[in-house]
Design a protein around this ligand. Sequence first.
Ligand code: BTN
Length: 233
Amino acid sequence: METFSNFCIYHYKEIFSTNTEALDLIDKGIFDETVIIADKQTNGRGRTGKRWLSPEGNLYISFIINPVGKFSEFVFITAIAVGHTLLSLVDNLGVQYKWPNDILIDGKKISGVLIERKSYSNWLVIGVGINIVHAPLQESTCISNYCNPLSNMDLLTMLIINFNKLRKQWILNGFYDIRKAWLERAFKLNELISIKLADQLLSGIFTGIDTDGKLILKQENEDLVYFDTGELF
Ligand code: BTN
């Protein structure tokens, strides 16, 4: 175990899923902010029960933090931390944030965030996958398409620095600045979109996110619908 910027870092060669390991660690009792990183996952998990393909070479990490304030805002803080990290590798990258948890470059997914917690605990698990040298799915991309690849540990240290900076800013100024930064690079903002829920599909103009991070959809009849879950198309 090493430490960096107050995080204890546990580095595994191969693991089931860093998020699953992080949730187990919470059950065992945890006292310090921790990051779990794995070179490879055998059962990487994405949102809505999807798999996250995790061959060696990409970044797979889970932050375990004990935040004060709203848990729901961390998906935006984390997405921007990933965005800033990518932009510090290459200027002028076409980074966009796709509601609720994706980071895109030139419209292709490069990173996803999966936030989980135990109902009886304040510890929050923030899983982040970033494609470094593999883009496992069609319509996905990876860092090596834009610049020389770097190691997962080097990428993690950059991510921790950006994540901590944004957390500090969030503690001082609240969600306002985070929301603004996220909206400046929001995918399909002010465009016609569809939101898919388990049993329905709703279309309208994506007009923004509210102060709780809910997506605001303006329907044809001008009604506003607010979403805290769903998939954007
Ligand atoms: C998504 O886009 O659906 C979220 C993907 C999150 C993947 C990361 S990889 C590290 C952490 N461990 C997991 O099993 N999932 C997250």
